[in-house]
Design a protein around this ligand. Structure first.
Ligand code: SF4
Ligand code: SF4
Length: 424
């Protein structure tokens, strides 16, 4: 790897803490990803992107900034990336999937708050994330209470624009959300100094849709038995989707799909045919959180879809591309995002329907619903998930976990017992 220390220093990173993070990541990555057998060759690109996670991509962001471009960070799949792109900005999904800077985070947050919120505060206060330090602005949202209040604190360290996401999906909520997205467009134009035009918005919608189409194509290929690719690799790709260059990423996912189509024709998979097929649902698994999929797939099952924000919720709906003016396109963008089934909405029937449809269409043997500790929306919604899946005779395992590794053994025992119960 090139020597990026000067670049990290120029970003004001705490190099000692950053070194500790970079010491942990490669061996973990090796164990989780590189030890897999029969991996598609096209995963080489994603391995490279990850190996350069704090290197080449950061350099690209800094080059963009040097040419007067803006980098805007987001923590939620509700942030309309099309608008940022249409104004010439780069939208980066900030990860927050590791226990870093916990001591600093706990100085400003309660101890019993969800690990994702604690992680993003820890990354910022601990100065370990070059993406965070490259951001000119962060976009927050009012999805859950913990995040909403944490953004007030984060605003002391980086400018934060908060989108008011409604918690219901009635017509008046839709009207509120559309007006929020319109205001966001004005804010982004002011921040970047670039006027969004009909052509730039159309182009940005098309590029974001192309990325979603590639991810949908990848997801579609997972319905075959044996599955041609592991969930761990798909999750990695879904995590990388949030920060990689959009056009390059799209091309690489499509190249991977070309390879997977051949594997399907040859019945080559990552497991033996007939391995238990599961759907993974729940809270997002932000980079580098791979614990549960690793446990599941090393226990002999294969995950065939992630009903999560690092998964289907990120790419399942496209924005209609045919609007005739900016207003129509902005409404189309707003409506597409409001269709995301986050547990912050009440009721959240869309998620229940999706889980049942997915289980039926993908011939899944069961669902694992995995929730981050202290995440009230998803922990409470586990009750609805259980009731609905029971009504459709779909086996379910509920898990609650955090970013520590201490419970890996216990999770493995529960997953193995679940797989045994499926009697495959
Ligand atoms: S779970 Fe909800 S709050 Fe979290 S990223 Fe998804 S949509 Fe946003
Ligand atoms: S995981 Fe739950 S508590 Fe944490 S930020 Fe997302 S919705 Fe909020």
């Amino acid at each position: 790897m090139a020597d990026y220390r000067k670049m990290w220093e120029s970003l004001g990173l705490n190099l000692e803490a950053h070194d500790q993070l970079m010491d942990i990541l490669p061996p973990t990555y090796g164990t989780v990803f590189l030890n897999q057998e029969n991996r598609p060759e096209a995963m080489e690109y994603f391995d490279f992107v990850f190996s350069e996670v704090h290197g080449q991509r950061i350099q690209e962001l800094l080059d963009h900034k040097a040419a007067d471009g803006k980098v805007i960070g987001a923590f939620c799949v509700y942030v309309p990336e099309e608008i940022i792109r249409a104004a010439g900005g780069i939208c980066i999904g900030l990860c927050s999937g590791a226990d870093i800077g916990t001591a600093q985070a706990e100085k400003v947050l309660p101890r019993n708050i969800c690990p994702l919120i604690k992680s993003f505060m820890g990354f910022k206060l601990g100065k370990v994330c070059p993406y965070f330090e490259s951001c000119d602005m962060v976009v927050g949202e009012t999805t859950c209470d913990g995040k909403k209040k944490a953004f007030e604190i984060l605003n002391d360290y980086v400018p934060v624009h908060v989108l008011e996401t409604p918690h219901m999906k009635r017509e008046k909520d839709k009207a509120l959300w559309r007006s929020e997205v319109r205001d966001f467009l004005t804010e982004v134009e002011g921040y970047t100094g670039n006027k969004i035009t009909l052509d730039s918005l159309r182009q940005a919608i098309k590029e974001s849709n192309d990325k979603r189409r590639a991810l949908l194509r990848l997801n579609e290929l997972r319905r075959y038995d044996p599955a041609p690719i592991s969930s761990k690799d798909c999750l990695l790709i879904e995590q990388i989707a949030m920060y990689d260059d959009v056009s390059r990423f799209t091309a690489q996912v499509n190249a991977l799909c070309d390879e997977l189509e051949k594997r399907v024709q040859e019945s080559r998979g990552v497991t033996e045919p007939g391995a238990p097929r599961l759907i993974l649902s729940g809270t997002p698994m932000a980079l580098p959180n791979w614990k549960v999929p690793h446990v599941i797939e090393t226990s002999g099952a294969v995950i065939v879809a992630e009903e999560m924000c690092t998964g289907l919720r990120y790419f399942e709906n496209l924005v209609p591309e045919e609007g005739e003016n900016i207003e129509q396109l902005v409404e189309a963008i707003a409506d597409r995002y409001l269709d995301i089934n986050c547990a912050c909405f009440t009721p959240n029937e869309g998620r229940m329907k999706k889980l049942v449809t997915l289980a039926e269409e993908l011939k899944a043997d069961g669902v694992i619903n995995c929730t981050l500790a202290f995440c009230d929306p998803y922990l409470v919604e586990a009750n609805r998930v259980e009731k609905v899946l029971k009504g459709h005779h779909i086996p379910l395992l509920n898990l609650e976990t955090d970013y520590g590794q201490e419970d890996s053994g216990q999770i493995k025992t529960r997953v193995e017992a679940f797989l045994e119960m499926l009697d495959k």
